[in-house]
Design a protein around this ligand. Structure first.
Ligand SMILES: C[S@@+](CC[C@H](N)C(=O)[O-])C[C@H]1O[C@@H](n2cnc3c(N)ncnc32)[C@H](O)[C@@H]1O
Length: 396
């Protein structure tokens, strides 16, 4: 596809622990060149590109939470400067007259610190360009059903950065997960855990993968989407689709390209993919099955309702990637310690030579597994810091 003219500065917002994976994904899709460490900033990854790059990032990134377009950066130490400099930005590229905006403002170490007053001045500045200040309202990050355009304004040491959100609902909302079990894992974290595990989704024939605590199925479904090369944003809407300059044809072309790649991969993998999800809760398995159908991967992921003690992994070594219950998220106590000890025993008995990657908030629980685990990487799940425990299963 040919280059689309103007270049923009973008920022892929990523949750703690996911930024390096997000940078690797940007490289994989040709959206980032050079050293990834130079592009990683607190809270995400900066990259530069045209409109096609923006559409591509939204469609393909599995670990980013949202994509922002950096509209302007300027010095502002008083409200006059803020208003006049904000009024010089090209708002009309992103907003229609009268369209509501959600102005999300943070101020740190700056002379302008009253966020409400900053909202007022920016709304007035937009009004200068669009012939009337827009209504200001709050958007919902989860549903994305609002008509309001999210604008992110950050003041730090009197430097004002204004960004326009291109995604709408957060990118973990792929559109397939309507049914959830208890303590669901965000799809972005499930994808990050899979990437951290070392499982090679794009291998000629990916190794077997099992999730014995699969709940509503985020990990097995994300694994299947990755292995089949299905774009995570294939079936959802994005904020950029409402922008006055939205290029429908360009988007259509990108979808066709993504679909062709996914079809070729599906034909290649056919029966060769072994992804299992199991959970002892029948309701969770029903949700997982329904979610897999909506994601278009139900023919490739096998779900079963049974306890972890009943798993029957294939003989060929593979990967156990999972999100067992842990303290604050699913009720427990002594039972949880027993469950982790049992998990370790089951792995040693049934999965010798396999690799394992799982999340847990609690080092005491991890030690119960008696597995040798690397614990240097952490994510945040549901506001709780969780350890990404990774290791190799020795025989029992
Ligand atoms: C943290 S949740 C997993 C959430 C899942 N990743 C998702 O996205 O929905 C933990 C799951 O472990 C299941 N579970 C608890 N004890 C189990 C056991 N002994 N055997 C199998 N599953 C168990 C629970 O039913 C629950 O669905």
């Amino acid at each position: 596809m040919k280059k689309q003219g103007n270049l923009f500065n973008f920022f892929a917002v990523a949750a703690p622990g996911l930024t390096t994976f997000c940078a690797d994904e940007l490289v994989q899709y040709g959206l980032l060149t050079g050293k990834t460490s130079d592009a990683i900033e607190p809270g995400g990854v900066a990259f530069r590109g045209d409109r096609l790059a923006l559409y591509r990032a939204n469609l393909h990134l599995r670990t980013a939470s949202r994509i922002l377009v950096r509209l302007g950066e300027f010095h502002a130490e008083n409200f006059d400067q803020l208003r006049s400099r904000a009024a010089s930005l090209g708002w009309e590229q992103y907003l229609r007259a009268g369209q509501p905006v959600d102005l999300r403002v943070t101020c740190h170490k700056s002379r302008l610190y009253h966020t409400g007053a900053v909202v007022e001045r920016i709304a007035a500045a937009i009004g200068v360009r669009l012939g009337g200040a827009p209504p200001v309202k709050k958007t919902d990050d989860e549903s994305g059903e609002d008509d309001a355009q999210l604008i992110v304004v950050r003041l730090f040491r009197d430097a004002c950065t204004i960004s326009v959100d291109a995604s709408g609902a957060l990118l973990h909302r792929r559109g397939y997960r309507l049914a959830t079990a208890r303590a669901p894992l965000r799809e972005t974290l499930a994808a990050g855990l899979l990437l951290a595990s070392g499982w090679n989704a794009s291998a000629e024939r990916p190794s077997p993968l099992i999730d014995p605590f699969c709940g509503s199925g985020a990990i097995p479904i994300e694994a299947a989407l990755m292995a089949l090369n299905i774009a995570p944003g294939r079936n959802r809407r994005f904020a950029f689709m409402e922008w006055p300059d939205f290029d429908r044809e360009l988007w259509r072309g990108l979808l066709d390209e993504a679909d062709a790649r996914a079809q070729a991969r599906r034909a290649h993998l056919a029966e060769q993919l072994t992804i299992y999800g199991s959970d002892r809760d029948a309701g969770a398995i029903a949700s997982a099955q329904a979610n897999a159908e909506r994601a278009g991967v139900d023919a490739l992921v096998r779900f079963a309702c049974h306890a972890v003690s009943a798993i029957e992994p294939p003989a060929e070594p593979g990967f156990v990637v999972t999100n067992p219950p842990y303290g604050q998220r699913v009720r427990g106590g002594a039972d949880l310690r027993n469950l982790y000890a049992q998990f370790g025993n089951v792995l040693r008995a049934r999965c010798p030579g396999w690799r394992v990657a799982f999340l847990s908030s609690d080092r005491t629980l991890l030690s119960q597994t008696a597995l040798r685990l690397d614990t240097d990487l952490t994510f945040i799940n549901g506001g709780i810091k969780v350890i990404v425990a990774r290791g190799f299963v020795d025989g029992g």
